[in-house]
Design a protein around this ligand. Structure first.
Ligand SMILES: *Cc1c(COP(=O)(O)O)cnc(C)c1O
Length: 409
C-alpha cells in the first residue's frame, strides 16, 4: 500500500459493529461494567475495556492506533496538545539532575517549557547546530535525552535524523523527534533511527484548524538501561516497552493531559487527507518561495526546499520526493515593512497557527517570541523583520499574486 491508501485502509478499526466508517465519538466520562471483579481487572490492565476517559477512550484509542500505525511505531499516546505531548514524553524519562540536549532554534512554547524544567532540576543544554558531532560533543553522564525538531519552527533548520540517531544509539540515549512540521507524509523518523516521535496534531494532522491535540509515538525498539534511566526502573518488566508502559500507567495518567474524544475524532478525520494536503501544500510553498526569491522588495526568503537553502540536502536525502513542508519565512527589511506587508495581504489570516487549510501569517518577534530573550530569538532565527508564512490550500497563483501586491513599494 502507498501512503494515501495506507491512511484510509491500513489500520482497520474492528471494535465497532455498526459498520461506521469513522470512529464514533464516545463523548462520555465513565464506562460501566457488569461487576466489581471486571472493573478491577480493567483498572489493572488485566482485561480489555475502558474505565474512565482520562485513562482511555475508544475514540481516542482509534486515533492513537492510527497514529502508531502510520508512524510505524509500537504504540501511541494521545495528549491534549502538542505541548502536553512534549512535556509527557520528556517527564517520562527525566528526573532531577538529568539533562536534555536540544537545538537552540526551537518552537517558542518548547523553549518556555525547557525554562520551566529548570525549576524542577532538569536542565536543557542547547546546541546551535544539531549535527551529530556537536550533539555528541555536548553529551555527559547526565544526558538522558536528545530532542530535535525535524524542520524547526520558525528557523526551518532541518536535522538529519539518521546521522543524529547513529550517535544517540551508540551512546545509549533516546532520540526524540518533534515531527510536527514534517508529518509522516514526508518522513517517518522511526524508520530513520529515531526512538520516539512527538507531534502537535493541532497542525497538519488535524489539518483544518479545528482541534488542539498532540501525540507521542514510541518506536518500541530502544534498549533502556534501567540503571541509567532510573525513572523507568519500575517498568523494567516491560523491557523495550517501558517508556509507553510508564506513560500510560503513571506519568500521562497522573498528570492528566488526555485528548478529548471530540478532538480525537476531528484529528482522525483530518489524518485521512494528510497525504493529499501535504503534496499540495509543499508544491504551493515551493512555488511561492521561488516567486518571493525573485522579488526585489523581499530581503531574503528561507525555505528548506529551495536550492539556496543550506538544508536542501537534508530535505532531499530524507523527505519523500524532496518535499520541504509548508512553512517559509521571509525578511521584509524592517518591522514596519513586515507589518505593512502582512496587513496588505488579502488571503492570509494574521494568526498564530500552522498547518491550516488557509494561509496564515505572523510576525514571530512580537508574538510567539515576545517573551523570549534577545539571545533566544537570535538562536531561533527570529529577527525583527521576519514574517512566517504557513501556506494553505488556496490556488498558488492567487497566493503568488497576493504576496507580490503586498510587497510592492
Ligand atoms: C505548535 C507546535 C508545538 C506545540 O503544539 P500545541 O498543539 O500548540 O501545544 C510544538 N512543536 C512544534 C514544532 C509546533 O509547531
Amino acid at each position: 500500500m502507498k501512503f494515501n491508501t495506507l491512511l484510509l485502509h491500513g489500520c482497520k478499526d474492528t471494535s465497532d459493529r455498526t459498520g461506521a466508517t469513522l470512529p464514533p465519538i464516545y463523548q462520555n466520562t465513565a464506562f460501566a461494567h457488569e461487576s466489581s471483579a471486571i472493573l478491577e481487572r480493567v483498572f489493572d490492565n488485566r482485561a480489555p475495556g475502558f474505565a474512565y476517559t482520562r485513562i482511555g477512550n475508544p475514540t481516542v484509542e482509534a486515533f492513537e492506533r492510527r497514529m502508531a500505525f502510520i508512524e510505524g511505531g509500537m504504540g501511541a499516546v494521545a495528549c491534549a496538545s502538542g505541548m502536553a505531548a512534549i512535556s509527557m514524553a520528556l517527564l517520562c524519562i527525566l528526573r532531577k539532575g538529568d539533562e536534555i540536549i536540544s537545538g537552540s532554534a526551537l518552537f517558542g512554547g518548547t523553549l518556555g517549557l525547557f525554562d520551566d524544567f529548570e525549576h524542577f532540576g532538569i536542565h536543557a543544554s542547547f546546541v546551535e547546530d544539531m549535527t551529530a558531532e556537536s550533539v555528541e560533543a555536548r553529551m555527559n553522564e547526565n544526558t538522558k535525552a536528545v530532542f530535535a525538531e525535524l524542520i524547526g519552527n520558525p528557523g526551518l533548520n532541518t536535522v538529519n535524523v539518521r546521522e543524529l540517531a547513529d550517535v544517540t544509539k551508540r551512546r545509549g540515549i533516546p532520540l526524540i523527534i518533534d515531527s510536527t512540521t514534517a508529518t509522516p507524509a514526508l518522513i517517518r523518523p522511526l524508520e530513520h533511527g529515531a526512538d520516539i516521535v512527538v507531534h502537535s496534531s493541532s497542525k497538519y494532522i488535524n489539518g483544518n484548524g479545528s482541534a488542539i491535540g498532540g501525540v507521542i509515538v514510541d518506536g518500541g525498539k530502544f534498549g533502556w538501561d534501567f540503571e541509567k534511566f532510573q525513572a523507568l526502573k519500575e517498568y523494567r518488566k516491560a523491557g523495550k516497552f517501558a517508556f509507553t508502559a510508564r506513560l500510560r500507567q503513571d506519568i500521562w495518567r497522573n498528570f492528566g493531559p488526555c485528548m478529548s474524544p471530540q478532538n480525537a475524532y476531528l484529528s482522525s478525520l483530518g489524518l485521512e487527507t494528510l497525504g493529499l494536503r501535504m503534496e499540495r501544500l509543499c508544491s504551493s510553498t515551493l512555488a511561492l518561495a521561488k516567486s518571493l526569491e525573485r522579488n526585489p522588495n523581499i530581503a531574503s526568503v528561507n525555505y528548506p526546499g529551495l536550492d539556496s537553502s543550506p538544508y536542501k540536502s537534508s530535505i532531499d536525502s530524507q523527505m519523500k520526493d524532496g518535499q520541504g513542508g509548508s512553512l517559509l519565512t521571509l525578511r521584509a527589511g524592517s518591522k514596519e515593512r513586515a507589518f505593512r506587508l502582512i496587513d496588505r495581504l488579502k488571503y492570509a489570516h494574521v494568526a498564530t497557527n500552522i498547518g491550516d487549510v488557509r494561509t496564515l501569517v505572523i510576525h514571530p518577534a512580537s508574538t510567539i517570541y515576545a517573551h523570549s530573550t534577545e539571545e533566544q530569538k537570535r538562536a531561533a532565527s527570529v529577527f525583527d523583520d521576519l514574517i512566517r508564512v504557513s501556506v494553505g490550500l488556496e490556488d498558488p497563483e492567487d497566493l503568488i499574486e497576493d504576496f507580490a501586491q503586498a510587497a510592492a513599494e
